[in-house]
Design a binder for this molecule. Structure first.
Ligand SMILES: Cc1cc2nc3c(=O)[nH]c(=O)nc-3n(C[C@H](O)[C@H](O)[C@H](O)COP(=O)(O)OP(=O)(O)OC[C@H]3O[C@@H](n4cnc5c(N)ncnc54)[C@H](O)[C@@H]3O)c2cc1C
Length: 449
């Protein structure tokens, strides 16, 4: 059996490792356009902020590692066409521009995503960068040495993480964010406002409700024209989201309206011999029970593993995702899972939010820390749809617990009374998540139907 994998970051690496672990006799040929594999993009802001000392630490596999497992790995090879009927792919070796065609028995598309580049005049100027892969990371790291005033366009989690790292390293930062509140995909407005306050407190100059329309530049500066004003900086980084990189599949495989590949629970595309995983595909989003686009490394590695497990025969079905995520902001953790209240309402749920701020452990302990919590639930069924936590206490694993609750269709009653440990070192007799469930219960008991 010859398996061809196109793209080798997280999903592609995960597929190759799993296949070669369980079926080492398989011929696995990997084609990757870049000269590296497995770069962790989360390392960009960690390096910029000084938490990790070298970008080289952000690779967890090398081509040689996969070769040792038995893969043929072709970096700097671009696949520019596929034909699923003929089971062929067309490849260009970017080292010498040699083009060739090769056959497969099974094809895996792990082509990932590309940064959305808005159709704005001047967006391709040299001092306007994007933030996605290792090449972008090296440019961001190099320019940080000389460029002192940075404009970040886009207030999603990548923009916010970059703003933190630049502002912690003696850069002047202007963040321009139009249309939606900061991090609106992950949190509701009050947490968005709290994040804005923390950014402002650390010197980030926020320009909210402003849409970038045009970039101009001279040797020193970049000028960003928005619908309200013109801003000047030394460098702009555009972080307005990602879209699936699925051009190869157009006319060959079923695509969703947003361009992501449609896959079933066994990661099969519409062609029985073509599988896909990672940012190129839609995920099954459990809170809505619908497909959604949620480009996260977590989804990519899980789906890659599933491709490796299912490619020989359907073995294990995907259980879907809550798109749980967290970011670290000036010593605080912001963690979220599932739907925000706004998105729940957009999806037609009669949803409500329970809000609680409570110390994580008793006040008689030498220290304690408050946690701001939000629980989104469906009023009719009391099913939990989402959760958000923001605190100087590490609440990341609590978002994971709420993720499990959503996965298992738990209710606010079950969260209120689920068994959790008590020790004053860690929490109160009712853990703070039990308390959040109880708050939702009390709210429903007194709410009008
Ligand atoms: C700055 C940043 C921070 C992030 N932080 C987090 C985080 O903290 N947690 C988290 O869960 N997620 C995070 N993510 C998201 C995560 O990086 C992505 O979800 C993940 O990279 C997806 O992996 P993938 O393998 O599906 O696709 P990609 O990483 O997009 O890789 C696809 C690969 O396919 C190659 N390729 C595509 N087309 C072809 C072709 N035709 N021929 C040859 N090669 C091709 C590309 O060169 C690329 O290397 C972050 C992303 C960014 C940009």
């Amino acid at each position: 059996m010859k398996v061809v994998i196109i793209g080798c970051t997280h999903a592609g690496t995960s597929v190759a490792r799993q296949i070669l672990k369980t079926h080492p006799d398989t011929e696995v040929a990997i084609y990757e356009r870049n000269n590296n594999i497995s770069f962790l993009s989360c390392g960009i802001s960690l390096y910029l902020g000084g938490t990790v000392k070298s970008l080289a630490e952000m690779f967890y596999a090398t081509p040689a590692d996969l070769e040792k497992l038995g893969a043929q790995i072709h970096t700097q090879h671009d696949v520019y066409r596929i034909d699923v009927a003929q089971k062929q792919i067309w490849v260009e070796d970017l080292n010498n521009n040699r083009k060739f065609v090769t056959q497969y028995d099974k094809l895996v598309l792990t082509t990932g995503s590309v940064a959305v580049i808005p159709p704005i005049q001047g967006v391709s100027l040299p001092n306007v960068l994007i933030c996605k892969d290792y090449a972008d990371a090296t440019q961001i790291a190099a320019t940080a040495q000389t460029k002192k005033h940075i404009a970040i366009v886009g207030g999603g989690y990548i923009g916010v993480e970059l703003a933190e790292s630049y502002s912690n390293t003696e850069h002047e930062v202007t963040m321009i964010n139009g249309l939606h509140p900061l991090l609106s995909h992950y949190v509701d407005t009050d947490f968005s406002t709290a994040v804005a306050a923390d950014l402002t407190a650390h010197g980030v100059n926020l320009k909210l409700n402003e849409t970038a329309l045009k970039f101009d530049s001279d040797a020193q500066h970049v000028y960003i024209q928005t619908d309200r004003a013109e801003h000047q900086a030394d460098l702009a980084v555009v972080c307005v989201g990602f879209r699936p990189q699925t051009d190869l599949a157009v006319g060959q495989l079923q695509l969703n309206a947003d361009g992501s590949l449609h896959v079933d629970r066994y990661m099969r595309t519409s062609d029985p011999d073509v599988y896909a995983a990672g940012d190129a595909v839609a995920v099954h989003f459990n809170p809505t029970q619908e497909d959604a686009y949620a480009p996260l490394a977590t989804n990519a590695v899980r789906q890659g593993l599933l491709v490796g497990m299912n490619i020989f025969k359907p073995t294990l079905a995907d259980i879907g995702t809550q798109a749980t995520s967290a970011l670290h902001l000036y010593g605080k953790t912001l963690a979220s899972t599932g739907l925000t209240l706004a998105r729940a309402k957009q999806h037609g749920f009669d949803a409500a939010v329970a809000k609680l701020t409570d110390n994580y452990r008793p006040e008689f302990m030498p220290t304690t820390t408050p946690i701001d919590m939000r629980l989104i639930y469906e009023r009719k069924t009391h099913r939990i749809l989402g959760g958000q936590l923001y605190s100087a206490y590490d609440v990341a694993q609590s978002a994971n617990l709420l993720s499990v609750c959503i996965q298992n269709k738990n209710t606010i009653e079950q969260l209120a009374f689920v068994d959790m440990l008590f020790s004053p070192y860690y929490d109160r007799p009712f853990n703070y998540l039990n308390q959040l469930g109880l708050t939702a219960l009390e709210q429903e008991a007194t709410a009008k139907p």
